[in-house]
Design a protein around this ligand. Structure first.
Ligand SMILES: NC(=O)c1ccc[n+]([C@@H]2O[C@H](COP(=O)([O-])OP(=O)(O)OC[C@H]3O[C@@H](n4cnc5c(N)ncnc54)[C@H](O)[C@@H]3O)[C@@H](O)[C@H]2O)c1
Length: 333
């Protein structure tokens, strides 16, 4: 099997690339090393997770159509797993070009070329953000969605609409992966758990938005990767041109306060917070309906928050990591 993984220097992409390489697959890994957060962290992921397995990440900007054409004409891929994007809901309006370039232009370039080349499987990262402030107890793929709260969520919903709309034009099967707050070692320094750990270990002041009551369905990265790998295998059994979206979350939401308490207990210290008003792009609650995922691959994310966070703390306490946590957090607001 030959895979293209985009966003391979990113959090989820670096873990996925490692997992695929360990399984014996051939992987072409690309990333444009965007400066949204620390490049040092992206290089550290490459040198810790990917290079030891004999692969380097190719620096390619998918927003450049010529680079995409060249890349896809250079190999025959069985599956393309597209994780490259501008993540996060809090990028200020003045920088929304980041979303336009990475989540719309790059996505459309890649999807078009994948279809032209009739690549069998195209899996792409969507997000729980597409659901906006849903009142539903469980967020299900069955309902129709029209109201994401953030521009980021709207770009991800656009990805889904584009994937579905062209399904009769090519044999390529497409599957949107609606990730629910993925966390783990080598994570993203704009995310709360990462910043809380930097605060507990190094005294970084944790900028807390709101009173901590927001609820998130946290997904441990190993569970997310396991789901992606299995969903790719299952997708191959669907008809040509098939298009769907699948939640990647376990359906067990915890509040930000729960997370802070769990981390404080694990480290036996109190976090130093700097309170800010709630960010208007943060939804109140997320909670995945995991039935579809379970029916497709037989399992859904099950690592408990405490277990997952203790893995992250262990990683963060490595000397080479702990010494950099604060700088990585300060690279992004
Ligand atoms: N981590 C989560 O909780 C979460 C939740 C929902 C959805 N997602 C989605 O999952 C995917 C991976 O997220 P992540 O947390 O690993 O983010 P990340 O920022 O760590 O990884 C994304 C990578 O994409 C690269 N990239 C951006 N624009 C590019 C372009 N034009 N060309 C090539 N590379 C480009 C970046 O340099 C980065 O390394 C993203 O699409 C994100 O929107 C993540």
């Amino acid at each position: 099997m030959r895979y293209l993984v985009t966003g391979a220097a990113g959090f989820i992409g670096s873990h996925l690339t490692r997992n695929l390489l360990l399984s014996g697959a051939e992987v072409v890994a690309v990333d444009n090393f965007s400066d949204y957060y620390s490049l040092d962290l992206k290089r550290a992921r490459e040198s810790n997770l990917i290079s030891p397995l004999g692969l380097n990440i190719s620096r390619i900007d998918l927003a450049d159509g010529e680079q995409v054409t060249k890349l896809l004409n250079s190999y025959v891929f069985d599956s393309v797993i597209h994780l490259a994007a501008q993540p996060g809901v809090r990028v200020p309006l003045s920088q929304h070009q980041r979303y336009i370039s990475s989540n719309l232009t790059a996505y459309a370039n890649l999807l078009t070329k994948v279809r032209e080349n009739s690549i069998p499987n195209f899996l792409y990262a969507s997000s729980s953000s597409v659901y906006g402030n849903s009142n539903d107890q469980l967020f299900s793929e069955q309902g129709s969605i029209t109201d994401p709260l953030s521009f980021y969520g709207a770009t991800k919903l656009t990805n889904e609409v584009l994937a579905r709309s062209g399904r009769h034009e090519s044999p390529t099967r497409t599957r949107g992966l609606r990730f629910f707050t993925v966390y783990g070692p080598w994570g993203r320094p704009d995310m709360a758990y990462f910043r809380i750990i930097a605060s507990l270990l190094n005294g970084f002041e944790f900028p807390q938005y709101g009173n901590g009551s927001v609820l998130r369905d946290f997904t441990f990265v190993d569970d997310a990767i396991n789901a992606v790998v299995k969903l790719n295998v299952q997708l191959s059994s669907e008809e040509e041109g098939h298009s769907d979206v699948v939640n990647i979350g376990g359906g067990h939401p915890y509040s930000l306060m729960d997370m802070i308490e769990t981390l404080q207990n694990l480290v036996a210290k109190k976090v130093k917070t700097n309170l800010s008003p709630t960010n208007p792009n943060d939804v109140i609650r997320t909670c995945a309906d995991s039935q579809l995922l379970k029916s497709l691959v037989g399992t859904s994310p099950a690592t408990s928050l405490e277990e997952g966070l203790s893995e992250v703390v262990k990683w963060a306490q490595r000397q080479d990591v702990q010494s950099k946590l604060t700088a990585w957090c300060e690279s992004v607001s």
